[in-house]
Design a binder for this molecule. Structure first.
Ligand code: DGL
Length: 274
C-alpha cells in the first residue's frame, strides 16, 4: 500500500474550490484533499476564537489525512487563525508541516493591478473587521489607498446556490455602492473572499466595465508554485498521482452537486466530521 501525501485545501464551504481549481490547473500532477466545513459556514460573522478553533480542527483533520502542507483557501480563516496556528500550534503539532493562507500572496501583488492607486476590497465581516488587507497592502504598496466593504449576505447566497438568481441583485448592488461611494477613483476591486468569484457574472451586471475585478485563485496558485520551488524539502514529500478527494462536513449530495456546477462535472463528495 502506498501512502499518499496530498496538499490539503480548506475553506468554510464551497468558496475554496475557486482556489483549488486554479491550483490544480497549475499543478495537475499533485494529489489534493479538499475540505469544506459547509455545516458550520459561514465563518464571516463568527468571532475570532470560534474561527480559530474551527480552523485548527480542520487543519488537524487534514494533517491526519496525511497532508504535509495545508492551504487555508479562506480569507476569514487566514485573517483570524493563520498566524496563531503558524506560531503557536504548528511547533507543538509537527514543526515539519506547513499551513499557508491567501491574504499575504494577494497583498504582495495587488498593488500592481491599479493605475489610480485606489483599491477596493470586498470581504466577509470578519475579514474586513480584521483590517488585514489594509495593513498588509500598506506594507507592500505604501502609495495605495485601500477602501473596504463587508458583504454579509454574499456567502449565504453562494452556499444556498442562489447567487445567480434575481434574489442576489439587491445585496450585490448594495455592497458595490457601499464600496464605490467611498471613492470615485477605485479602478480595481479585489474579491477578498473565495466564495465571491462565483458571483462574478452578477457583479459584472452592476459595475462599470472599466473597473477590474480581481479573484484570488490564480494569484494563490502562482504563489504556491513559487513556494514549492523555494522549498524542495516540502515539494519532495508531496505525492503525485493526480488524485483529488473532496470532503464536506455538510450534506455530500448537496456539496457534490454545487461543486459540480462550478467544477464542470459533479464531484463525488465524502463526509467528514470535525
Ligand atoms: N470563503 C471564505 C473567505 O474567503 C469564507 C466565507 C465565510 O464562511 O463567511 O472568507
Amino acid at each position: 500500500m502506498t501512502s499518499s501525501s496530498p496538499i490539503g485545501v480548506f475553506d468554510s464551504g464551497l468558496g475554496g474550490l475557486t482556489v483549488l481549481k486554479e491550483i490544480v490547473r497549475l499543478l495537475p500532477e499533485y494529489d489534493f484533499v479538499y475540505l469544506g466545513d459547509n455545516k458550520r459556514a459561514p465563518y464571516g460573522p463568527r468571532d475570532f476564537e470560534t474561527v480559530y478553533h474551527y480552523t485548527l480542527e480542520a487543519v488537524n483533520w487534514l494533517f491526519d489525512k496525511g497532508c504535509p502542507l495545508v492551504i487555508l483557501a479562506c480569507n476569514t480563516a487566514s485573517a483570524k487563525a493563520l498566524r496563531t496556528i503558524q506560531q503557536k500550534d504548528l511547533p507543538r503539532i509537527d514543526p515539519t508541516k506547513r499551513v499557508l493562507g491567501v491574504i499575504r500572496p494577494t497583498t504582495e501583488v495587488i498593488g500592481d493591478y491599479t493605475e489610480t492607486n485606489h483599491i477596493g476590497i470586498l470581504g466577509t465581516k470578519g475579514t474586513i473587521d480584521s483590517a488585514s488587507y489594509v495593513i498588509e497592502i500598506q506594507k507592500s504598496f505604501p502609495d495605495v489607498t485601500v477602501y473596504q466593504q463587508a458583504c454579509p449576505a454574499w456567502v449565504d447566497l453562494v452556499e444556498s446556490g442562489e447567487h445567480l438568481n434575481a434574489k442576489a441583485d439587491q445585496p450585490v448592488q448594495d455592497c458595490l455602492h457601499g464600496l464605490l461611494n467611498q471613492c470615485e477613483g477605485i479602478d480595481t476591486i479585489l474579491l477578498g473572499c473565495t466564495h465571491y468569484p462565483l458571483l462574478l457574472p452578477k457583479i459584472r451586471e452592476f459595475i462599470n466595465p472599466a473597473i477590474q475585478l480581481v479573484s484570488q485563485g490564480e494569484i494563490v496558485a502562482e504563489s504556491l508554485v513559487a513556494y514549492l520551488r523555494r522549498h524542495p524539502e516540502m515539494e519532495k514529500k508531496l505525492s503525485r498521482e493526480g488524485k483529488i478527494d473532496f470532503f464536506t462536513t455538510g450534506d455530500t449530495t448537496t456539496f457534490g452537486r454545487a461543486a459540480g456546477a462550478f467544477w464542470g462535472e459533479e464531484v463525488p463528495a465524502q463526509s467528514a466530521s470535525l
